[in-house]
Design a protein around this ligand. Structure first.
Ligand code: NOJ
Ligand code: CA
Length: 693
């Protein structure tokens, strides 16, 4: 139930005369707790600018705001302020599914209406929302006489830093986010070292030294910042160009090969440009800033989807024990294997099953150059009895997850969208994993440009109409859209588990997932696919391995958030392994989430309470260093006793040499208990904490 919205216009005043170009007119807005302050002003040239303070210290130095337009003068100077409005909002809304049952949305707003001095008197509004945990601002292009539409060739939103912060970053690739994070000083960011066309799944385009968002930083005084965007709708994705010499960042929108970034009719609003601000790294994760900056849900409920764990005919293809392709050696997507998987899932509290390689077209997957892609999203291979599998699954409480690998041939996919989703609907199943591997067709478009943003949106809307939830791989980044469209259940957009199976660069190092929660995950749920038990990957992949311990893999079900969590390993690696009990027990929908302790790139401890029960689940992981952590269970109900079941690294476990060694320990705990946990190098610990009957 929604709490009443308290929205009050505090003051509206018309600034009658502000003609002096020398004395900037200022407007200020401060967060509800008084810590974060934004000053807005016009420079002597009438350029809109802002400064951000946190606890009285400058956090973002004077930074300009504006646009370059094609066939029109830049919209960036010669402005006057014609109106300023301030208001406060304090509301609470419920998540249909999510990390927390209730979300508070509390901010102070400043809206500045600008008009050019010129004859055209073009107008631009800038809206700032200041929260206790950061801020967002966006541009509004209001309806006006002399501007009906725009072709944006550049958005010039500046973020000028005050110091050479420590930064966790990936390059500003226009096509893919699947990189390991770099940890460097801001002045040492060098995204161009990744610009080697054709080397990275054939997708790389990095036009300049820029980073993708969320990009996260730590200041010398210990404040954590993360820059991102919220509500990316009908606009281009934003990378941040980096000026390492002057410690400045500037928005660089993803364009197309015509150098067009955004085409829009007026009126419209841009996505929010966001800065999360936190004293502790865990507060970045607990923050709801990004999702709050999206519109409320367009639906009240979605009874057709419950958060779930899912198995899949998937890992086989990545470790080489199966093929997507029917004409190949061992076509994994066959009826017998699917039924075996359903049996396994139904015995272990797993309610979904993904099957890849079920449909015709995989034989020519890579033949993009010759435009021979012919994925068909309704025709199964002969050894895959779709209807039979769906009804067998239903009889066992396991629903099929449809798979659409579009190979980024958008033209082809959009032609088939209606029939593809009609088939899903006719089977009475409710989820699809989409994929966008490779270069975008039509040529000249990039995965993160406006054309693709609109495509991903089209699929969400189709899902909404047909009651189908979407888990997109090679997606556009998550920007909190799941609030408005709860069918947007998860995305990849990260270097996932699959890289451990086949990358030739050593796989994801142990520290990878101690950074991802503070960067990529701030955007929203991740389909990382945790839970590989055969971490050595023997005998399938002699040159690869998972660079974590088994206990670390278990802990990821809590550390990484997604309402769909895969249980990806081969059945035989789970069977008879007592650690499977944790996966069987762990929740996927939450009442509360807390980050108990963390340091980005070193370790993270997360605890979540399952929605609708009194059960808690705790996950903690470390990087390549072993460490001992004290974990205070004071979040527990003081009037209860609980049974904690700890899945922990064996004393001699190590991610390189003894990664599958773990121990299970059971003990009674309560809110006064402090656990001492020894994590191995690359290790972790997963704990279920269940009230004692
Ligand atoms: C890349 C996806 O990330 C992976 O999960 C999938 O198996 C392949 N594409 C094939 O669709
Ligand atoms: Ca991928």
């Amino acid at each position: 139930m929604k709490a009443p919205i308290i929205k009050c216009i505090v003051c509206v005043f018309l600034l009658v005369s502000c003609t002096s170009k020398k004395s900037p007119v200022e407007a200020t807005v401060i967060s509800p707790n008084g810590y974060t302050k934004i000053d807005f002003f016009l420079t002597s040239r009438g350029e809109p600018s802002y400064v951000v303070y946190y606890k009285n210290e400058k956090l973002i130095d004077s930074s300009k705001l504006g646009f370059e337009l094609r066939e029109s003068l830049h919209l960036s100077e010669n402005f006057k302020i014609i109106n300023v409005k301030k208001s406060t909002t304090d509301e609470t809304w419920d998540m249909i599914w999510g990390e927390d049952a209730h979300v508070r949305n509390h901010y102070n707003e400043l809206m500045v209406e600008l008009e050019e001095h010129s004859e055209l008197k073009r107008k631009l509004n800038i809206v700032f929302k200041v929260y206790d945990d950061g801020l967002g601002f966006r541009y509004e292009f209001p309806k006006q006489k002399h501007l009906n539409n725009v072709v944006i060739t550049d958005e010039n939103t500046e973020f000028n830093l005050v110091d050479d912060h420590k930064v966790w970053w990936i390059p500003g690739d226009w096509d893919i986010y699947e990189y390991l994070y770099n940890t460097t000083k801001f002045s040492e960011i060098n995204a161009l070292k990744y610009y080697k066309p054709g080397t990275h799944l054939g997708q790389t385009y990095i036009p300049e030294n820029a980073v993708n968002t969320p990009v996260t930083m730590k200041t010398n005084s210990g404040v954590y910042l993360s820059f991102h965007e919220a509500d990316l709708t009908n606009y281009a994705g934003m990378t941040l160009a980096v000026d390492t010499l002057n410690l400045k960042m500037k928005s660089e929108l993803v364009g197309n090969n015509q150098n067009i970034k955004v085409v829009r009719d007026l009126p419209f609003e841009t996505p929010w440009r966001t800065i999360q601000i936190a004293d502790k790294p865990g507060d970045l994760i607990e923050s709801k800033l990004i999702i709050n900056l999206n519109d409320p849900s367009v639906i009240k409920d979605m009874p057709y989807f419950k958060p779930m764990k899912y198995v899949g005919i998937w890992w086989d293809m990545h470790i080489g024990t199966g093929n997507w392709d029917y004409s190949g050696n061992y076509h994994a997507a066959n009826t017998a294997y699917a039924k075996k998987m359903i049996d396994f899932a139904s015995e272990h509290n797993i309610h979904g099953m993904l099957v890849e390689g079920w449909n015709t077209g995989w034989e020519k997957w890579w033949d993009k150059k010759n435009k021979k892609i012919h994925f068909d999203f309704v025709t199964p291979y002969p050894d895959y009895n779709l209807e039979d599998i769906v009804s067998y699954g239903k009889s066992k409480g396991v629903e099929l997850i449809m798979h659409h690998e579009t190979s980024a041939d958008i033209v082809r996919y959009e032609k088939q969208l209606d029939t593809a989703f009609a088939l899903i609907q006719s089977l009475d199943i409710h989820s699809v994993k989409t994929g966008y591997v490779g270069r975008v067709i039509p040529e000249g478009e990039y995965h993160h440009g406006q054309y693709m943003v609109n495509h991903y949106q089209k699929v969400l809307e189709k899902g909404l109409k047909t009651q189908v939830v979407i888990n997109a791989h090679e997606p556009i980044k998550a920007t909190g859209k799941r609030r408005t469209y709860p069918v947007a259940i998860a995305r990849e957009g990260v270097r996932g588990q699959e890289y451990n199976a086949w990358s030739n660069d050593g796989g994801n190092p142990p520290e990878h997932l101690t950074i991802v929660p503070f960067t990529r995950m701030l955007g929203g749920p991740i389909d990382y696919t945790p839970g590989i038990f055969n971490t050595s990957l023997k005998p399938y992949k002699e040159d690869n391995q998972i660079n974590t311990t088994l206990a670390h893999q278990l802990a990821l079900y809590v550390v990484l958030y997604s309402p769909v969590q895969m249980v990806p390993d081969l059945i035989k690696h789970y069977e008879n392994n007592p650690a499977l009990q944790f996966i069987e027990d762990v929740g996927v929908d939450w009442n509360t989430t807390k980050v108990l302790d963390a340091e980005i790139g070193d370790f993270i401890t997360v605890v979540r309470q399952e929605k609708g029960t009194q059960k808690w689940f705790l996950g903690t992981i470390t990087d390549e260093n072993s460490r001992t952590l004290k974990v205070n269970l004071d979040f527990l109900d003081p009037d209860r006793t609980y049974i904690a079941k700890l899945y922990k690294d064996a004393p001699d476990a190590h991610y390189l040499s003894n990664s599958e060694a773990y121990q299970i320990e059971e003990k009674e705990v309560d809110s006064k208990t402090v656990l001492e946990l020894d994590l191995a190098a690359g290790g972790g610990c997963a704990i279920s904490i269940i009230p004692k009957e």
